[in-house]
Structure formats: C-alpha cells, structure tokens
Write a protein that binds this ligand. Sequence first.
Ligand code: UT7
Length: 330
Amino acid sequence: MSNIPAVITGTGSYTPARVLTNSDFERMVDTSDEWIRTRTGIRERRIKEDGIGSSDLAVEAGKKALARAGLEPSDLDLLIVGTVTPDYPVPATSCFVQRKLGAFNAAAMDVGAACSSFMYGLSTATAYVKSGFRKRVLVIGVESLSSLTNYADRSTCVLFGDGAGAVVVEAGENGGKQGVLGFALHADGRHTGLLWVPLGGSVNPIRSGNVDQGRFFIEMNGNEVFKIAVRAMVSASAEVCKTAGVSVDDISLFIPHQANIRIIDAVQKRIGISSDKVFVNIEKYGNTSSASVPLALDEAFCAGRIKKGDLVLMVAFGGGLTWGAALVRF
Ligand code: UT7
C-alpha cells in the first residue's frame, strides 16, 4: 500500500425509535426473558416502521458521521453501503442514500458480505484512499433485519434488530500516525447453507407456487455458526495484530461483532484482552449484522471510550461464511 494514510475522521449511527423487548417476545413465541438474556445477552432490539427502508436509516447515520468529520455531502467522492437488506434488489441502496444525502459528486456502490459487509466496505474504502484514487469516502453498514426475520421462529427472531452505523474515511497527511493499519479478511464458501435466506434470489425466485413455504427469512444453524464464529474472530484478530506488528496489550479498545455475548466473552478470553477493553452494546440492539461494528464504534466514541492516539481492534463475522478484522489508530 502507498503512504497515504486512510483516516477515520467521523463516525455516526442511527437506530429506529421502536423497541421490541424480551417480554414482547414472550407474548409472540415460546421463549422467556431469562433464556434470551442468558443465551444471547440481548434485552431489547430496535425495529423500523413499515415503509422505512435501509437507506433511510443509513442516511441518518451518514449525516452524523459527515457532521463529525466537518464535511458536506458534496465533499464525498465515494459512498459504500454494506447491507444484506437493500431497499430493493435493483438499484443499489447506496444510490438511494446518495440521492437522500445529496452526495452527487460521489460514486456509489453496495458491498455484500453478510455481517462482515461493513468490514469489507471499510477495507475497500481504505484501498481506494491509500491508492490515491479517492479522497473522501462514506462507509455505512445498515440493516433492516426485521424484513428478513421470521417472527414465528423462536430460534432466530429474538436475535435480530435494525440499525445503521457510518464512518468517514479520508486521506490523511503523508507519514501521519493516524489511520487504518491493516485488515485480515476471509471467507469460506463451503458453509453457505449455515446462515442464509433460501428463497427470493435467482435460484429460487419468489413465485405464487412457493411463497407459502415461507423460506424468504433468515435460516441459521446457530450451534455450528457459533463454534466457527469464535475460532474465526480469534484467528482474524491475531492475524491483523501480527501483520501490523502490535501486541494485544497495545490495543485500547476491542469492538467485536455483536451477535452473542457468549461469543464475545469467548473471543475476548482467547485473544487475551482484558474485559474492560471490550465494547458491548448487544443488550440494546441485538444482532444488527452489517451495522453492528460501526454502530458500536460510534457509541464507543460518544461514550468517550476512544481518544486520539488509541488503537482500536474491530472484528466481524457472518453468513458466507465471511469474517474480517481491522486495526485502526485514531
Ligand atoms: O451474525 C452472524 C453470526 N451469528 C451468530 O454468530 C449466531 C451464533 N449462534 C448463536 O448465537 C446461538 O447458537 C443461538 C443464540 C442462536 C442459540 O443458542 P444455543 O445455546 O446454541 O441454543 P441451541 O440452538 O443449542 O438450543 C438450545 C435449546 C433448544 O431446545 P432443546 O432442543 O434443547 O429442547 C432450542 O429449541 O434452546 C431452545 N431454544 C429456545 N428456547 C427458548 C432455541 N431458541 C429459543 C428461544 N427461547 N428463543
């Protein structure tokens, strides 16, 4: 990579106002607040209203990130949206976000790597900025997972929520210390069936003959995904630290994908980072897929948990399977 640093100069997030609590689920399916809290760490999640799209959530997060970076939408030259819940199959959600923000000088594209989409999007933005091809990129991870959730399936419906998180990535001063230090990105397509939506794509388009099967929702083999998630998040974290030449003790804050508190705890222990350096907000939002890491990053900023000079490790994992870790000096 060239010497141009790719610096995160602003973060933002947005979650819809409507709250779905564990007690609400007790009235919907055969579950209990106790099971959900102890097995997942989730207490509540946010759900968008009907008629609102992922682009609407993304725009609110994007506006905040731009304001914190001191930029106007017209300053952007690239807009990347990571999501598994686009507004429509065509066109890209990033184009709706571009129009709603008024960011008409920006090229716009979506990145799809399930819950790792934000990490893949951030790596794309970093490569564009480091190469000198783009200077100011807005990367947004956004999900309306309520639109892919089967609220009759207790094994998945209690897990997911809606939300958005955004970062502005800008070209920094040559030789500057701030910026993205590196990534570890991986995928394993042998496990596509562990976490997927079987109906509604090109192989099985929704037709009048199959719509009753109801398989246009997220289906997951939770146990298998859990085990692989722990191993993958630990190895990606170790890899990115090794490549960047930093030790775990150098890390100021660890921001893991918020899928399950037991996964977070297992990863934290295996990496060997102290629990007070781990940022957790899963209790408020559940698993928001692509939005999970940038939403947590923004909340960490707002809570004063990240200061200038801090080294932050972020790691995501999701369907595909895909996973990735990033090390960033703020
Ligand atoms: O973001 C992408 C990555 N996603 C993940 O990383 C998610 C990974 N997986 C998980 O977080 C966990 O596997 C789950 C939270 C999904 C499930 O937890 P688990 O401890 O693996 O539970 P389980 O699937 O082994 O189910 C244990 C029991 C089963 O009952 P039996 O067969 O033992 O009688 C389930 O039917 O819990 C039952 N169960 C529930 N009980 C009450 C499953 N869901 C529920 C529920 N309420 N909501």
